[in-house]
Design a binder for this molecule. Structure first.
Ligand code: PHE
Length: 454
């Protein structure tokens, strides 16, 4: 570890990077649909409760561990369990960013393709069936998605290779505010469409009768995925955090921005979907099939709007995906660079190659490998499913157990309160510490088991 640590320059840089990791495709294509299907405003309340009581303490644990140790996952596991018995857990924790990096890059590549299409004005007067066909043709072809995957991952590699300050920090500081402005613009536009109220009430109207154990589990899974927990991204970013920055403040602000952005995305997408008289959906179907058609119908109202809105939208999707991808790339890069002592060039190239190669079969699972399934899932779905249902929770459990049971109480206190300086943190330290030590691990185990058996 010697000779390094670059640090984020200030609070804004920390928040931009962490929110950059958190805000991604999860916010755009999963959250709005989940909210609408699971009770609207009622789901948002459940989601917030899950975020505050489980996700946020996990966020704090990762941040405490990262800043305290100054090393990545494997370094921590090795130093806390020197006998080496738990090294496999460290490996599992590296495996999840590897998998997400690979399949996320495929979808990131799609947004690049769609941005190019928007620039070329391809969404003018597209029928619904045509929109579905265009997406199927593209995603099931072999070379084109691999090319966009390549470009997306290369951009990520370039940003990471520029370093923490000149790469990650600078990129996030520019992109994140732009992303918010873009989303607000799209929201304003979407809400002004005729019939938009139906979309608004789909997202916001509370219906508590829809809340059951399944919905609560979904809300938890979504909050962990959306906050990028259990993969070491928050952990690694926290190693770049100055001792004077507040861990509590960074966590709370990241949750606030992440949730606000997810709701904004819902308000941007759903009113437009309802206004076009189409049933809401989620995932690729929503972003790459339904929305292009809606955008194209806007062209009949005003050609400028029909041209600009899809362009801004896919630009926003691309930016959100890139800032998340960068955080995953960085986790694996840090591991190779500082744990395995690879040279910078070799580490960047290795992460790139791993992500690129694993991404290829994931991409092909929309085309030639569509029929190839394991446990009923295509390779893409399998990578998504294993990470968001299992690996993420194993990582989170490991991190909070180390903070609660392996770190000294004083060390945790010093990190949380910035050496006793933060008044609010001092006030909540005791309950928070007890929560992380005794309640959080059980909470995570229960979600894990529910995901496994229910
Ligand atoms: N939080 C990101 C999203 O919502 C996904 C992500 C998961 C990024 C894990 C980094 C690590 O899309």
């Amino acid at each position: 570890m010697k000779g390094k640590k670059e640090q984020f320059s200030n609070r804004f840089a920390v928040i931009a990077a962490m929110a950059g990791s958190a805000i991604g495709l999860g916010n755009i294509w999963r959250f709005p649909y989940m909210v609408g299907e699971n009770g609207g405003g009622a789901f948002v309340i459940v989601y917030l409760i899950c975020s505050v009581f489980l996700a946020l303490p996990c966020f704090f644990s990762e941040a405490i561990l990262g800043r305290h140790s100054g090393t990545g996952i494997m370094g921590i596991v090795k130093s806390k369990f020197p006998e080496g018995k738990l090294n496999f857990l460290g490996v599992l924790c590296i495996l999840s960013p590897v998998l997400i990096l690979s399949f996320y890059s495929i979808v990131g590549g799609w947004s690049l393709e769609y941005l190019v299409k928007a620039i070329a004005g391809d969404f003018n007067s597209m029928s619904e069936t045509e929109s579905v066909r265009v997406f199927n043709d593209y995603s099931s072809s072999v070379w084109r998605p691999i090319l966009t995957h390549f470009v997306f991952l290369t951009t990520t590699a370039v940003v990471v290779s520029l370093g923490v300050k000149k790469g990650i920090e600078k990129f996030n500081k520019i992109i994140m505010p732009v992303l918010f402005v873009l989303m607000v613009l799209i929201v304003v536009f979407s809400m002004s469409l005729p019939g938009a109220e139906a979309g608004l009430s789909y997202i916001l109207k509370p219906d508590f009768s829809k809340i059951d154990a399944d919905v609560i589990c979904d809300a938890l899974g979504q909050s962990f995925f959306s906050l990028s927990l259990g993969m070491g991204t928050i952990l690694v970013y926290s190693t770049f955090m100055k001792k004077s920055e507040s861990i509590i403040g960074s966590g709370v602000l990241t949750v606030v921005f992440d949730t606000a952005f997810a709701i904004l995305a819902g308000l941007a997408i759903m009113p437009a979907v309802f206004s076009a008289g189409i049933g809401p959906s989620s995932g690729p179907g929503l972003v790459y099939e339904t929305l292009p058609y809606i955008f194209s119908s806007m062209g009949t109202v005003s050609p400028t709007v029909g041209y600009l809105v899809p362009l801004l939208f896919f630009l926003a999707v691309l930016m959100a995906a890139l800032t998340s991808e960068i955080s995953m790339f960085e986790v694996i890069y840090e591991y190779l660079r500082y744990d395995r002592l690879y040279s910078k060039k070799k580490a960047i190239l290795t992460v790139f190659l791993i992500g690129f190669l694993i991404g290829i079969p994931c991409s092909m699972s929309f085309g030639v490998l569509k029929g190839f399934t394991l446990w009923g899932l295509t390779l893409f779905d399998l990578a998504d499913f294993t990470t968001s249902n299992f690996l993420m929770f194993i990582g989170s459990l490991l991190f909070c157990m180390i903070v609660g049971w392996k770190m000294k109480k004083e060390e945790v206190y010093m990190e949380i309160t910035n050496n006793g300086e933060k008044k609010f943190a001092k006030l909540i330290f005791k309950p928070l510490y007890l929560w992380i030590r005794y309640v959080l691990p059980f909470g995570i185990i229960i979600i894990f088991l529910t995901n496994l058996f229910v």
